[in-house]
Design a protein around this ligand. Structure first.
Ligand code: ADP
Ligand code: MG
Length: 321
């Protein structure tokens, strides 16, 4: 970016580091993983119009940009250490940068993760964050360990469920209306997702496979099944949904639960139900068992009477491309 780039970096994105050896201001940052630890690295890019709407408040955008990345570390059972931020924006907008950096650093502080570098340029609004975390060698949670008989679990806010972010998106798309309070509740799910880092840490050595829900339950579970070479049976009536989504017509409810997207909850498998419940309590998050891993390949949706339903979850999603 032309003049002002270095002032901008100094003003909004330079903070002292405590964990990193070297932070913003040099050609590279320096990170020092503790002995015996492996580095977990993940990148997520947010593009206006595709991953967020222009209506989102800058502070919430700063939160979400980091949250979706921390969610990937959570899914690997990694402890967050540091992140970099590559930012393109049309012009230097103090109000935007103020709010954006406030939301970003509030979540960073909550998870004790430091901004150590990045890149800043003029262009259409685009935010790319790379996170670095650490996990004891060999202990990272992966997608390929689900085994027949394992329970299938999903995390969610205590007393709430999944699918709210998708419901909010449908309101923005004009498909339905909600009253002010209901709308704000699902809108928060979409704009202020809470990365499940403590749960990811508590699931080390316990979950046989883990993924974070970013593209919807059906698709993301499909990745686990494929990588683990197993199948699954999911009880549709067991899928947790919050108050606002529960009040919606059945077809819309199913669409949000099965194909949701933007949930940033953890979907995982484990052999020991009681240990999972204890892990969730220690992480102060809700978890619900939604099904069982089976040796027979494929994904079977069943109703309360144990009948297999004829559902092609992809058929629910008009917007997949
Ligand atoms: P270089 O041209 O050598 O890559 P830059 O001029 O792009 O360096 O950046 C100067 C310093 O500011 C570097 O340490 C870089 O990591 C940091 N930096 C640039 N943009 C950001 C940003 N958006 N957030 C945090 N650090 C940034
Ligand atoms: Mg640069």
């Amino acid at each position: 970016m032309a003049s002002g780039e270095f002032d901008l970096i100094a003003r909004y994105f330079t903070r002292p580091v405590r964990k990193a050896v070297l932070g913003v201001g040099d050609d590279c940052a320096l990170l020092q993983p503790a002995p015996g630890m492996q580095m977990a690295v993940s990148t997520d890019m947010l593009v206006e119009g595709r991953h967020f709407l222009s209506t989102v408040a800058p502070e919430r955008l700063g939160h979400k940009a980091l949250a979706v990345n921390l969610s990937d570390l959570a899914a690997c059972g990694a402890r967050p250490l540091a992140f970099t931020l590559a930012l393109a924006m049309p012009r230097i907008d103090a109000a935007f940068l103020d709010g954006f950096s406030r939301g970003l650093f509030a979540l960073a502080d909550e998870h004790e993760v430091e901004l150590v570098g990045g890149d800043t340029t003029a262009g259409p609004l685009n935010i790319c964050i790379t996170v670095f975390g650490e996990v004891p060698a060999g202990a990272a949670l992966r997608r390929d360990g689900a085994r027949p008989g394992n329970g299938i679990w999903v995390s969610h806010p205590i007393g709430g469920g999944i699918g709210d972010a998708r419901l909010a998106l449908e309101v923005f798309r004009g498909r339905l209306g909600l009253d002010g309070d209901g709308f704000e509740r699902v809108r928060r799910a979409m704009e202020l997702p809470q990365p499940r880092v403590p749960l990811g840490l508590a699931l080390r050595g316990l979950a046989t496979s883990t993924i974070d829900l970013s593209d919807g339950l059906a698709g993301d579970l499909g990745h686990v099944l494929q990588r683990s070479r197993v199948g699954a049976r999911i009880r549709i009536d067991a899928l947790p949904s919050g108050e606002v989504l529960s009040a919606q017509p059945e077809a819309l409810r199913r669409e949000c639960l099965l194909c949701g997207g933007d949930d940033y909850e953890l979907l995982f498998t484990a052999a020991d139900d009681e240990a999972v419940r204890a892990a969730a309590r220690s992480a102060k998050v809700g978890v619900t068992r939604i099904g069982t891993i089976e040796a027979e390949m494929g994904l079977r949706w069943i109703d309360a009477r144990n009948q297999v339903l004829d559902i092609d979850a992809r058929g629910f999603d008009h917007f997949t491309d």
